[in-house]
Design a protein around this ligand. Structure first.
Ligand code: HCB
Length: 214
């Protein structure tokens, strides 16, 4: 029998060691064993990435390692995503999501987008390094209920504040809810810029999005 704890430990280790083959192997084994894909992402791969981030910050791990580790994580997540099933048949709402202009970090944003889809949202994922006007234009075009923006750097989180202002200018702020997230973002920041919600992780993002849309 496959040991869940062991799968989670190996998932974290594969990212930390930037071992893409092992990351994919663990993801496949988790799927075969019927382990909840979100658990493997949140308690396994994400833990490894958080640890890699700490080592990177301390100068004990370098950017090329982080790049390979990210590639492994992305490809393992795509294996897990294929095993996720839609939870709701009824449409929950329309969401526009993307990583703020100047920021190429998109792993977490991708997880949130997947979770929203699984929970019945129609998701328009704009990708990473997204110009603010694209959030506004798409929200208008698809009649969005919620915009989720992601920022992982102090230099790009200010874009979330500007986005609030741009939505107001476009007359959309009363029609669409906003949710912010990403490593450097906090509830305090969300309050300061007037965002409707802050989510620390993808599970919380779903809960907050559903709460906002009633
Ligand atoms: Co990057 N990087 N990086 N990086 N990177 C960070 C973000 C630092 C914090 C690392 C550090 O120094 N401590 C740092 C930013 C410092 C700062 O501004 N305070 C940093 C830096 C500086 C950089 C570069 C500038 C490095 C360089 O080139 N010298 C460069 C960025 C260039 C640019 O964007 N213009 C860079 C590059 C990279 C890569 C390419 C190697 C890789 C990204 C690959 C990719 O995304 N495709 C990378 C990575 C992986 C990281 C760390 C290690 C992990 C990020 C990650 O994917 N975490 C990160 C350190 C860290 O975060 N502690 C480091 C895992 C995911 C699952 O977590 O927090 O992104 P998450 O998402 C969660 C959560 O936040 C929430 O739900 C998600 C799922 O649970 N959430 C939302 C996210 N978005 C949401 C939106 C919502 O609406 C709601 C919830």
């Amino acid at each position: 029998m496959v040991d869940k704890k062991e799968i989670l430990r190996r998932a974290a280790k594969s990212v930390l060691e930037a071992d893409q083959e092992e990351a994919e192997r663990v993801a496949r084994e988790a799927v075969e064993a019927g382990i909840d894909p979100f658990l493997v992402i949140n308690e396994g791969f994400s833990k490894g990435m958080a640890e890699a981030g700490e080592l990177f910050e301390r100068g004990e791990l370098y950017l090329p390692h982080l790049i390979v580790a990210s590639e492994g994580m992305v490809s393992a997540i795509s294996i897990l995503e294929a095993a996720m099933t839609q939870k709701k048949e009824k449409k929950t709402g329309v969401a526009v999501i993307g990583t703020i202009e100047g920021d190429i970090h998109d792993i977490g944003k991708g997880i949130v987008a997947t979770m929203l889809r699984v929970y019945g949202f129609e998701v328009h994922d704009l990708g990473r390094d997204v110009p603010l006007k694209n959030f506004v234009e798409t929200a208008k075009k698809v009649n969005a209920d919620i915009i989720g923006s992601s920022a992982l750097m102090t230099t790009t989180m200010t874009g979330q504040k500007t986005l609030e202002q741009e939505l107001k200018k476009a007359g959309l702020r009363d029609k669409v809810k906003t949710m912010v997230g990403g490593a450097v973002v906090t509830q305090r920041w969300a309050n300061k810029i007037g965002a409707d919600a802050y989510a620390e992780n993808a599970i919380e993002a779903i809960a907050k999005a559903r709460e906002l849309l009633g």
